[in-house]
Design a binder for this molecule. Structure first.
Ligand code: IPD
Length: 265
């Protein structure tokens, strides 16, 4: 058994354990703190889940960097962890929330796991081995035309007026040009919806590495593509993401989006 095999078995065990905490706490009253702004929420359960996941491994984790320190992605095997993606949904009891974990070696994603313990959806991928939902293979929709696409997008947590203006301009311009727009509150699950073929494209500015590292691999292993929203190569630390069911669709969208460049992770 290779090192990556052992890592994969261990991370599935940990993610399931993390999911039990989310499942138990989602319907209970929670004390909620804020981070970068009033709508960037965190609970003690985000911190507890992250602690459970990182004990003993090299990692980049959302709650461990919440006090503002910069993270550095090196060539070393690195787990990139969002203990609870969709914390706002978790706080409100909306059952669309997940644990997101990726393993990067030499900055290349080897393992991606996204687990919604409320709806029991376990998305998994390993480099070169396909993508799965609860063990069954999944595939993107293969949609190539923007006008027929269902688009996932998020407002994000930043309330910077310049960023909000661009997000709303993009939503306005896209509304007339696509089948529909959805905003469900978890970037990792948005990407999994593209992997599943339930949505055709997902993009966001201002996202962090821990929100997208696992989703990126899951989408690509499901036959989709992941690029920078301006059309260049995907960069997990850039805080910009666009994934789609086909390169044709990804490039069509990238050509019309109004761009926003947040400070990198
Ligand atoms: C957030 C969610 C949300 C996205 C934000 C993320 P969190 O992650 O993925 O959908 O719009 O940009 O920060 O804070 O719930 O882990």
């Amino acid at each position: 058994m290779s090192n990556v095999d052992e890592c994969y078995i261990e991370i599935l065990r940990l993610v399931k354990q993390a999911g039990s905490i989310i499942r138990e706490k989602i319907s209970q009253r929670k004390d909620v703190l804020t981070k970068s702004c009033d709508v960037d929420l965190v609970t003690k359960w985000d911190q507890e889940v992250e602690k459970l996941l990182i004990d003993g491994i090299s990692f980049i984790g959302e709650e461990s960097t919440a006090s503002g320190q910069k993270v550095e992605l090196t060539d070393a095997p690195t787990w990139v962890i969002d203990p609870i993606d969709g914390t706002m949904n978790f706080v409100h009891g909306l059952p669309h929330t997940c644990v997101s974990v990726a393993l990067l070696i030499n900055k290349v994603a080897e393992i991606g796991v996204v687990y919604n313990p409320i709806l029991e959806q376990l998305f998994t991928a390993r480099k070169g081995q396909g993508a799965f939902l609860n063990g069954a293979p999944i595939h993107v929709s293969d949609e190539k035309e923007l006008r027929k696409a269902l688009v996932m997008v998020e407002m994000g947590t930043s309330r910077d007026p310049e960023k909000l203006k661009i997000v709303l301009q993009n939503i306005t311009l896209l509304t007339a040009q696509v089948h529909g727009i959805r905003t469900l509150g978890s970037a990792a699950l948005n990407m999994c919806m593209v992997a599943l073929g339930g949505a055709d494209v997902s993009f966001e500015f201002g996202i962090h590495a821990w929100d997208i590292a696992a989703g990126d691999l899951i989408v690509r292993e499901a036959g989709g593509v992941s690029i920078d929203p301006a059309g260049g190569p995907f960069d997990v630390m850039s805080r910009r993401t666009l994934c789609a069911s086909s390169m044709e669709l990804a490039q069509q969208l990238s050509k019309i989006l109004i761009q926003y460049y947040p400070e990198r992770d």
